[in-house]
Design a protein around this ligand. Structure first.
Ligand SMILES: [Zn+2]
Length: 104
């Protein structure tokens, strides 16, 4: 067990705590970066690479299928491009709140 600092109020608490005991902010135990997530979504998002990075395997597989064989039907390919771009924006917006992106 390690002690970590709350990103919001700076209080020390266990890294196993689900929320900061002082301010109640949800604790993110990941050291993954929302910026990396956003960049993966931008450059490799069509194949769901950022979803695998975030631990969301199901969504990753769905995007991978849509971004490969989905192009045979055109529409799924276009949808997955828009989806990946939205994820890119979500990653940028949540740069300081990675717990919203990454599965624990
Ligand atoms: Zn706090």
């Amino acid at each position: 067990m390690a002690m970590v600092y709350c990103r919001d109020c700076g209080a020390r608490h266990s890294d196993r705590a689900k929320a900061c005991p002082k301010c109640g902010r949800a604790v993110c135990n990941t050291d993954k970066s929302a910026l990396v997530y956003a960049l993966l979504a931008f450059f490799l998002g069509m194949w769901g690479v950022h979803k695998f990075y975030a631990g969301r395997t199901g969504e990753g597989v769905a995007m991978l299928l849509m971004g490969t064989i989905g192009w045979a039907l055109i529409i799924p390919g276009i949808i997955v491009c828009i989806w990946a771009f939205v994820d890119f924006i979500v990653g940028l917006v949540n740069m300081n709140a990675p717990e919203k992106i990454f599965k624990k």
